[in-house]
Design a protein around this ligand. Sequence first.
Ligand SMILES: Cc1cc2nc3c(=O)[nH]c(=O)nc-3n(C[C@H](O)[C@H](O)[C@H](O)COP(=O)(O)OP(=O)(O)OC[C@H]3O[C@@H](n4cnc5c(N)ncnc54)[C@H](O)[C@@H]3O)c2cc1C
Ligand SMILES: Cc1ncc(C[n+]2csc(CCOP(=O)(O)OP(=O)(O)O)c2C)c(N)n1
Ligand SMILES: [Mg+2]
Length: 570
Amino acid sequence: MIKSGAQILWECLEQQGVTEVFGYPGGAILPAYDALKYSNIHHILVRHEQGATHMADGYARASGRVGVAVATSGPGATNMVTGIATAMLDSSPIVCITGQVGSKLIGSDAFQETDITGVTLPITKHNYLVTRCDEVARTISEAFYVASSGRPGPVLVDITKDAQQSTCEFDGKPIKPQLPGYRPDLSPTSEEYKQALELIHNAKRPVILAGHGIILSGAMQEVRTLAERANIPVGLTLLGLGAFPASHPLSLGMMGMHGEAWLNTTIQEADLLIALGMRFDDRVTGNLKTYAPNAKKIHVEIDRAEINKNVKVDVPLVGDLRAVLRELLPHLKQQDRREWIAYIDRMKGETAVRDIQNLPDSGHLYAAHVINDIWRETRGTETIVVTDVGQHQMWEAQYYKHEEPRTLITSGGLGTMGFALPAAIGAKVARPNAEVWVVVGDGGFQMTMAELATLVQEKLKIHIAIINNGYLGMVRQWQEFFYDRNYEATPLLNPNFVKLAEAYGICSCAVTQRTEVVPAVKAARQHNGPVLLDFQVEQEDSVFPMVPAGAGLHEMIRRPSPIVETAADA
Ligand SMILES: Cc1cc2nc3c(=O)[nH]c(=O)nc-3n(C[C@H](O)[C@H](O)[C@H](O)COP(=O)(O)OP(=O)(O)OC[C@H]3O[C@@H](n4cnc5c(N)ncnc54)[C@H](O)[C@@H]3O)c2cc1C
Ligand SMILES: Cc1ncc(C[n+]2csc(CCOP(=O)(O)OP(=O)(O)O)c2C)c(N)n1
Ligand SMILES: [Mg+2]
């Protein structure tokens, strides 16, 4: 049958299982929008193309499926850049489709022309410029394959206006991607397996470093079997949270800059690190020169480029984590590591100093209270928390206990403020039955709050908790610790968030007292529609522990006179 490039585009997206796309129209993508009338795909109109990319990303992280964002050429495409980079750094599979000026105009500085494949070359896993109608089908098939296979990531497909408008023969048959140079299906050698097993069996003080790759690979059960059979405690990266249940006796919580003190000490004293689907980010290792000095290292990782990139490892196992563990586990011996685990438990006892939950109400409302109460109220239900970037993000990681994968969605690698609200919209679209909470700072919320209109237009029930401390809190904390409290450019003059929400028709209230938190959370959950809660919290609280940038993992700044200082100074 003869079809236009635009029609082929939507048909191919449907073949990939796409049911929703997030986008914003404009001249160069208009033929594609016109052809939407032939498609069953639901188009969600965003308010800014950055929002569309975060929505596609949130959709992907919540569901494991590829998220799709659409934009026009020029400013539409460049508005996507931050969202694409965010997905790239966190290995999130999204496909971005952009319109491009007519193929004959390329290079002429035509109206709304940007070389978006050039711009996004370093921040996409792969990108394409499509100038002919008969290239659309093959390209879409490859784009989805590349985005979702191996180490997932963003792929951009830039389609010229004439490629969308012109017609060609299209038989509607799915096309198998043929990429001979792309080999995502690697596996370790039997010698490497043997060496890894030897290291595990001989280790006295091993620790598993559980990362995002566990969730991407769907290896939760295999990791649990490894930990339980060999009795190895498990520390998690920020993006790994949920890959191993927080309530499991072997779980040690989050590692790194704002991780648990006992876990950072455990890593420094370990004789073996078993890194699973994590990439030794600098937030995780601190100073590489002093990182886990006595430990041998096993690194299970799908991307060969990550091996020995930051940390030199003794045994790399390159391949899909689930497949690798399935090979390894039948040969793994049951081991008893009671002494090592008891030692770590004792450290936990001594260093669990940041818990301010059980203190008497001093009249102060802390972000930790709010987040912990949201956790208490929603535990045991299918709840996804989507955070923004800053102090509230770290408190979420510390005070919300994630038991299941894909229940925390957060921008880790790029640390993109403005991520939370749009990513939550994507998550809710992907998993409409899940309860979705946005935990967002007063700063980051203002970066993408225009998407409130999108969530109202789509009638999505999302709960928004603004952790309103009147500051760009995480930067203020750095100024407090390292710049003599010179609070330059960090105090915020905020709008009245309650009135703002009401302007969008969103139910809203402010919360200033600890006793009001639980009733507000309960009321929000019962309300039949979106709710925005403005939690006005302690302004100058800091996240502890903190490993200063460049310091060793053991050189943590701890909360001074911990409990007394935070809660009894009323
Ligand atoms: C303000 C702020 C503070 C932060 N503080 C901390 C902190 O204290 N602690 C912390 O942990 N993080 C922190 N982060 C996050 C940090 O920057 C990194 O994003 C995070 O540590 C990365 O976690 P990861 O390596 O598990 O995930 P990713 O960066 O997503 O890496 C996943 C790895 O798994 C691999 N992989 C993917 N699929 C597979 C598969 N199928 N099989 C095998 N491997 C696979 C990938 O190739 C990749 O190497 C902070 C971020 C911000 C913004
Ligand atoms: C787009 C972007 N710009 C700047 C930063 C640097 N930055 C990191 S955290 C932060 C402060 C966040 O403030 P807020 O959203 O109020 O959250 P809080 O730390 O107060 O919880 C800033 C400015 C960033 N991460 N992203
Ligand atoms: Mg703030």
